[in-house]
Design a protein around this ligand. Structure first.
Ligand SMILES: NC(=O)c1ccc[n+]([C@@H]2O[C@H](COP(=O)([O-])OP(=O)(O)OC[C@H]3O[C@@H](n4cnc5c(N)ncnc54)[C@H](O)[C@@H]3O)[C@@H](O)[C@H]2O)c1
Length: 329
């Protein structure tokens, strides 16, 4: 049995709490949030205690591990404090706002012999796992090109949110398409070319990235945060190889298809029962109980963050003006 402290009681913490409530071998003892009402709402899902101070959990000898669902700008200091308190750590993506911070976080966790797993949830989504396996096992041959899309409504709840402050969230390159950079780091390692641009209007933030991998594909990746119209996250990945192609489209009737060059097409519906958050938390819990390595490796996390930072740094900002032409900053 593993005893957990859940840090944060916002949007993603609710998904984690529901998944924890279905896991055996786990007890969430305490939910921490500066907002005691929010903490109580999440604690009720888990029959857990409530705290407004992080130290209450870090000093609790019964707690073996913590799950960090705080805003991104708090990840570094929370990981470092928790590692020094000898707690194993699951931390929401993105790991941190800079490479130096991320390296420091892994270093301190190693020094204190605690696990650090970054919650890159696509690793636990069947279509991404299937796509990764198709790429790795050579089913469609050498991969030439990939097109990826991620689109959703802007993640701002009730007016001001820390998401709007690039110094707190990292903006959409770090907060949003980090999922795609993670998939690419997992599949191909580090890109040799990164180029990008972004367009802002009153109702949309669009970010557009081109990548090239040394022994791998060209990639075109787009991320859209819009003010309305994408209530349900749209994820798409299209992979072209020497012998065929594969497509996952979360909006499709048959979300996953594989075609070979001789025109044979296999269409697959998604297994409805898989909750990737349940699988993610189970993997973390099992890795502690069985003392096994976590799937999401330090090198991949650092590569994904480095790629996101390079793309953000290179992106000229184009702002829509009333006359219709974009002004470039
Ligand atoms: N894996 C995913 O798909 C996914 C989806 C959404 C968010 N996230 C990540 O999860 C993290 C949290 O995002 P969210 O959408 O849940 O944010 P949120 O704003 O909904 O929730 C954050 C919570 O932290 C609390 N908080 C803030 N400062 C605090 C402090 N100093 N001490 C204690 N509590 C504090 C807030 O009161 C709030 O309840 C972010 O890093 C985000 O990028 C991941």
């Amino acid at each position: 049995m593993l005893t957990i402290g859940l840090l944060g009681a916002g949007n993603i913490a609710e998904r984690h709490a529901k998944a924890f409530s279905k896991l055996s071998d786990v007890r969430v003892k305490t939910v921490v949030d500066i907002d005691a009402v929010k903490a109580r709402n999440i604690a009720n899902i888990l029959q857990a205690e409530v705290a407004t101070e992080l130290d209450k959990v870090l000093e609790d000898q019964e707690i073996d591990a913590i799950d960090i669902c705080f805003p991104t700008f708090l990840h570094k200091e929370t990981v470092i404090k928790a590692a020094k308190g000898k707690k194993h750590i699951l931390c929401e993506k993105p790991i941190a706002l800079s490479i130096d911070d991320a390296i420091e976080m892994y270093r301190v966790c190693k020094e204190h012999k605690v696990k650090l797993m970054i919650a890159q949830v696509c690793r636990f989504m069947p279509p991404y796992i299937r796509m990764k396996n198709l790429i790795s096992d050579g089913t469609i041959g050498e991969i030439h090109s990939i097109r990826m899309t991620r689109a959703v409504d802007y993640p701002v709840h009730n007016g001001y949110s820390w998401y709007q402050d690039i110094n707190k969230s990292g903006g959409p390159f770090l907060d949003f398409i980090i999922h795609d950079f993670d998939f690419l780091a997992w599949s191909f390692g580090k890109p040799t070319v990164v180029s990008s641009h972004q367009i802002h209007s009153n109702s949309m933030q669009g970010i557009f990235v081109h990548l090239k991998y040394e022994y791998g594909p060209f990639v075109r990746l787009e991320g859209i945060w819009s003010s309305k119209g994408n209530k349900h996250l749209h994820q798409r990945i299209e992979v072209d190889g020497q012998h065929g192609s594969a497509v996952f489209d979360s909006k499709g009737k048959y979300p996953f298809s594989v075609s070979s060059l001789n025109d044979y097409t296999e269409l697959l519906k998604e297994e409805p029962e898989v909750d990737p958050f349940y699988e993610e938390l189970k993997h973390f819990v099992d890795s502690i109980l069985n003392n096994t390595e976590v799937l999401i490796k330090e090198s991949e996390v650092l590569t994904a963050l480095e790629t996101a930072l390079a793309a953000r740094e290179r992106a000229g900002l184009n702002i829509e003006t009333r006359s219709g032409y974009a002004k470039r900053n």
